[in-house]
Design a protein around this ligand. Structure first.
Ligand code: CP3
Length: 342
């Protein structure tokens, strides 16, 4: 096996960890901004296979990352299920809300999502032809809880209040949304794999607001179901889980869900995670993305400290969350050089 990311996911400890970056195709890159302008807007870019493949390839050409992540968004699935979706510049996503049994009943059946999502599969096909042979292609979806928080509130929220409220007030509708998303995610990821994705990642960006039994039921259990279904349909395809800000919930996450790799945010220290999370499997992470803005010696020192902390087991270097638009592209190169020993 020549691909370094696949070797890490198979449990191999490597002296230089493979590296990629969440949101590596994004607004901090001038070439991304130019292609997005050509597409018109963000969603048009997501649904234009040629241009979506182009922006996916841009950070690979510029930096030679070990993995490319499909350019798309976790909110395309709710859109394919029938929610209205649009993006307000400078603010973020807006969706039509789902909080009642009637609205839940209006969601489309999972068999129909490909009518909207087929351009995404075409992007994957283009990428699997065009990527360098050493680069791993990662497909992805949002975790049911995280996607549901946007569908219930109609937008991003600080504390996911509306989703927690629906969970308390109408558990049947809440669980109905999660079940439909779980089923839709399995289908969506399977299609990405059939089109050429070699790894899939499940982003549970708001997992940290689920506590105790709720974390087990609505973060662990959907991820376990998705992972089991993917492994049954596509044996050998690795799954990365990202229960962001799970804290102690990261402990045991490999074994409870069956994921091959647990992605870590930067609220946990690498030394703690090496002992308590990497002990059960591959980890990914976890440099604070603010270093991509501030740079300097602190960036180099912290990058080296993370590489060192995880040097005893399988590790994929990454940020703890997506790179932000105000990042300096030169700092990305400094991070890569520090990882690869420059
Ligand atoms: O990582 C990558 O490069 C792959 C593409 C990708 C995007 N979004 C592109 C994107 C991935 C994997 C995502 C995941 C995603 N989308 C998540 C989970 C990860 C996380 O960041 O926590 C979430 C919560 C979303 C929903 C979403 N999409 C929000 C809240 C926003 C607005 C906030 C923002 O950063 O502007 C988006 C827009 C978005 N998705 C952009 C990109 C490159 C910026 C849009 C633009 O170009 O204007």
């Amino acid at each position: 096996m020549t691909k370094t990311i696949l070797r890490a996911l198979a449990g191999e400890t490597q002296s230089v960890p493979p590296i990629w970056m969440m949101r590596q195709a994004g607004r901090y890159l001038p070439e991304y901004r130019a292609t997005r302008a050509e597409a018109g807007d963000f969603l048009s870019l997501c649904y234009n296979p040629e241009l979506a493949a182009e922006v996916t390839l841009q950070p690979i050409r510029r930096y030679g990352f070990d993995a490319a992540i499909l350019f798309a968004d976790i909110l395309l699935l709710p859109q394919a299920l029938g929610a209205d979706l649009w993006f307000v510049t400078g603010e973020g996503p807006r969706l039509s809300t789902i909080t009642s049994p009637e609205e839940l009943a209006k969601l489309k059946p999972v068999e129909e999502i490909d009518e909207v999502l087929s351009p995404v599969y075409e992007t994957v096909r283009i990428l699997s032809r065009e990527l360098p042979r050493e680069t791993t292609l990662i497909g992805f979806a949002g975790a049911p809880w995280t996607v549901a928080t946007y569908m219930i509130a109609g937008q991003g929220t600080k504390d996911q209040g509306p989703a927690h409220a629906l969970k308390a007030e109408n558990r049947e509708v809440f669980e109905g949304i999660l079940d439909r998303l779980t089923e839709g995610t399995i289908h969506y990821l399977s299609k990405q794999i059939e089109a050429g994705a070699e790894v899939v990642k499940v982003f549970d960006s708001w997992a940290g607001s689920l506590k105790g039994a709720d974390f087990e039921k609505y973060a662990v259990e959907p991820c376990r179901k998705i992972t089991a279904a993917i492994k049954e349909r596509h044996p050998g395809i690795p799954v990365i889980g990202f229960p962001r800000e799970a804290g102690e919930g990261y402990v045991g996450f490999h074994d409870k869900t069956g994921v091959d790799c647990v992605a870590l945010d930067n609220s946990v220290s690498a030394t703690w995670a090496a002992e308590h999370v990497q002990s059960t499997g591959c980890v990914q992470g976890n440099l604070a993305s603010s270093h991509m803005v501030t740079g300097g010696q602190a960036l180099v020192d912290e990058t080296r400290a993370i590489v060192e902390a995880f040097s005893g087991g399988p590790h994929i270097f990454n940020l703890g969350h997506g790179i932000t638009p105000d990042a300096d592209p030169d700092n990305v190169q400094r991070m890569i050089d520090a990882v690869r020993g420059g």
